[in-house]
Design a protein. Structure first.
Length: 374
């Protein structure tokens, strides 16, 4: 059996609270780009990598990063030629070849987004050929079901859906001064009132803060018992992560915008974070997240991946030091899932079927260009 062809489906993403609401971000220091992420990121698009074998088995893998058009260019112009004729079971070899071949322009960013989608599609193929769900191929069940928290500032909606633990998107950063800091505190206060004393609250800072601001924010929020502050500074400022972690009484997490075991090795060795949060659609797919989790386990660090979807949940199910999952409420304001049949949390938990591969299929309306995702 050999890989016979590849195709990348580029799908426009619909507008949502993620792109159109006030959320602190790396561009917030510039007033023209403070109000919404779409003002500087432009139109987001997803990419689903489709790989077909010469026997007709089809594997699908979502690719992260929000720039599906660029992922398609990399796959079509470079990676596809390296994939044709390969054995789809040789996943480690394929991963290594794609990584090495893209070193002149890759290592992180879009090249790794593309490799991640390819890797996930290959695991989907192997699962379908063997008749096994992917989580059974990479370790089996380590838990009966997966606890899930929800990301988004629609807490009343989320509580009605059965969630008890919420991660808030921090609205304001240093450029909004004292008024913004007070507004952040008000949001957390209201959320604590809604979730009660037993609900857990996390804050996603999305690379928007500075070391002094993060320390002051943690001080202001001490009485609200925040579980963690996520990605307070830009990903390459690893020493700043460590300075913050040494200065506050709340867990510091990160890794959503980090790539491969090499990037996470530095986070681990510098003791920069309390929890690692790789994104399976960016950091290298199933193959690379297994290596990241193994390194983390050797240092007694939990791995709670960023993002949603079957690939993420299958990885968590098979990984002992991945205790829970995130669910980003991207469906709150319209759009459709690119892949039908993906697990969705119910009552604050994710349950996974034993369908072969990842158990999903390409949404025919998406494939026909009739609808945006999310």
């Amino acid at each position: 059996m050999k890989i016979a062809g590849t195709r990348v489906h580029v799908i426009p993403m619909s507008d949502s609270w993620v792109t159109e609401s006030v959320i602190a971000n790396p561009m917030s220091r510039y007033p023209a780009y403070r109000e919404k992420r779409s003002s500087w990121f432009g139109k987001m698009s997803g990419a689903v990598v489709e790989i077909v074998t010469d026997e007709g088995t089809v594997g699908l893998g979502f690719s992260g990063g929000g720039k599906g058009t660029a992922v398609k260019a990399i796959v079509d112009d470079h990676f596809s030629a390296l994939l044709i004729g390969q054995d789809p079971f040789d996943i480690e070899r394929v991963w290594d070849q794609l990584y090495r071949a893209s070193l002149p322009y890759g290592r992180k960013g879009l090249a790794m987004d593309a490799i991640s989608g390819i890797d996930i599609a290959l695991w989907d193929i192997v699962g379908k050929i063997t008749g096994q769900p992917v989580f059974k191929l990479i370790g089996g069940r380590t838990k009966d079901r997966i606890p899930a928290y929800v990301t988004g500032n629609l807490t009343e909606r989320h509580l009605a859906e059965g969630f008890r633990d919420v991660k808030l998107a921090l609205p304001y950063g240093p450029s909004s001064g004292e008024d913004g800091l007070r507004t952040n505190e008000d949001l957390v206060r209201r959320t604590r009132e809604l979730v009660g004393p037993d609900g857990r609250i996390m804050l996603d800072c999305y690379m928007a803060l500075t070391v002094p601001y993060t320390i002051e924010l943690a001080r202001r929020l001490k009485d609200y018992r925040i579980r963690w502050l996520e990605e307070p500074v830009m990903p390459d400022q690893i020493d700043a992560y460590r300075r913050i972690r040494d200065s506050v009484d709340v867990m510091i997490t990160g890794g959503e915008h980090e790539y491969t075991r090499f990037g996470f090795r530095e986070l681990i060795e510098k003791q920069a974070v309390d929890i690692l949060q790789p994104d399976i659609y960016r950091a290298g797919g199933i193959t690379e997240l297994r290596k990241i989790a193994a390194m983390a386990a050797a240092h007694d660090l939990p791995v709670i991946p960023h993002g949603v979807g079957a690939a993420t949940y299958h990885f968590i199910m098979a990984t002992p030091n991945a205790p829970e999952a995130e669910f980003v409420d991207i469906f709150a304001q319209g759009g459709e899932p690119a892949l039908e049949g993906e697990p969705v949390p119910r009552g604050g938990f994710v349950e996974i079927s034993e369908a072969p591969g990842f158990g999903y299929r390409l949404n025919p309306r998406i494939a026909a260009g009739m609808a945006p995702i999310w």
